[in-house]
Design a protein. Structure first.
Ligand code: NAD
Length: 357
């Protein structure tokens, strides 16, 4: 498929290729939509097998950001950037400063942040060259680590699912199994434990497992035990692609609600299998929007407390998504995609006439 055909298929506005041989930069910035506001999304550093793979990934990820911001009710569009290279060797101050200058050249149409293999420190270098970056250190005016806000939103999304399934959002006495007790999973465990939930854990890191068991109690499960666990909620907070032909058949929990991105290996097929199995699935990009809400709050200059309040509203969004899916007989992912598209259409319509501001 030609590049323009791929852009047309996914509906992108603009794609910028960035090259600076002096620092080894080969980057692509994809702006999917600015209908709701500036295109925001992190910069992923990855050693893609080919240029085609890098382009495909940035196009797919930037489109996802449009939907995530729209359904979260934010005045942000969708964008993403990738830097093609080996994260163990390519990183340097000059690389990120060079990339920051390319971001700056877009004059705010695209706002970056950290993503896979990029860190707060890397964003501090980007920030030396452009104001259009979020998630840099608190001491430079950034909002720092978004994971507590992501976990708080996820906690409220789980409460919404519990209310739909059991008639009460209360987590007390419920058994919740968290896969991945890293940055987000750890804070989710903390909120659930404070709410009186019983916890089960799965992770590949013995060290992280030991920490959560010591702090919050609970039991450790291996991978197969995790997917077949007798519990109320599975909360995948580790990696993508975990809801697939192997795992879905094993699931006994009535609810899946976790922060990991791209949980469904195949959005349509696995989404439908989950729906037919009678499992309530909170779409990942809806329940994990707390990080984006945090960044949006950073851009508006509002407080951490306001970001936490807005993340708690994921409770209402998840309920609206599940109710829409039920009413229309569609999957929750289809329902959230529709809600996002409806909002983009409605808000874009407001901008039909010019205001002098
Ligand atoms: P992290 O790297 O801090 O934690 C991930 C944890 O998963 C680690 O403890 C790791 O050991 C574990 N893990 C990795 N592979 C595993 C496997 N195969 N089985 C079991 N455990 C495994 O990452 P994070 O920031 O906590 O993010 C977790 C997920 O949430 C990711 O998918 C991320 O994209 C998504 N997410 C994070 C944020 C955020 O604010 N950090 C926001 C939105 C979405």
């Amino acid at each position: 498929m030609s590049v323009f055909a791929e852009l047309a298929e996914l509906g992108h506005e603009q794609v910028v290729f960035c090259r600076d041989d002096s620092v080894g930069l080969r980057g692509i910035i994809a702006i999917h939509s600015t209908a709701l506001g500036p295109a925001l999304g992190g910069t992923r550093l990855y050693n893609y097998a080919s240029e085609k793979d890098a382009l495909h990934d940035v196009l797919r990820l930037s489109r996802g950001m449009t939907y995530k911001a729209a359904v979260a009710g934010l005045d942000l569009g969708g964008g993403k950037a990738v830097i093609w290279g080996d994260p163990t060797t390519i990183k340097s101050e000059a690389l990120f400063r060079s990339f920051g200058r390319f971001v700056d050249s877009l004059n705010g149409r695209y706002i970056t942040a950290e993503d896979m293999n990029t860190t707060v420190e890397d964003m501090n270098y980007v920030h030396r060259e452009t104001e259009w970056v979020t998630g840099h250190s608190a001491h430079t005016g950034g909002s720092g680590d978004p994971s507590p806000v992501t976990a708080w939103g996820c906690f409220h999304g789980i409460r919404a699912c519990l209310e739909v399934v059991y008639g009460s959002p209360d987590v007390a006495g419920r058994t919740i199994a968290i896969q991945g007790v890293g940055a987000v999973g750890y804070h989710l465990a903390r909120f659930l434990s404070e709410g009186g939930a019983k916890l089960l854990f799965n992770d590949i890191s013995e060290r992280k497992l030991a920490r959560v068991v010591e702090e919050f109690g609970g039991r450790v499960l291996d991978d197969d035990e995790y997917w077949s666990a007798e519990c109320d909620v599975l909360a995948p907070c580790a990696i993508g692609g975990v809801l697939n032909a192997r795992t879905i058949g094993m699931i006994r929990a009535p609810i899946i609600g976790g922060a990991a991105n791209n949980q469904l290996a195949n959005e349509r097929i696995d989404g439908e299998t989950i729906e037919k199995a009678g499992i309530t699935y909170a779409p990942d990009y809806v329940i994990n929007a707390g990080g984006l809400i945090n960044v949006s709050s950073e851009l508006r200059g509002t407080s951490h407390e306001k970001a936490m309040q807005d993340a708690a509203n994921i409770f209402n969004t998840v309920k609206a998504v599940i109710n829409k899916a039920k009413a229309a007989g569609i999957t929750t992912t289809e329902a959230s995609n529709q809600l996002a598209e409806e909002r983009i259409e409605a808000v874009a319509r407001l901008r039909r006439f010019h205001l002098n501001r």
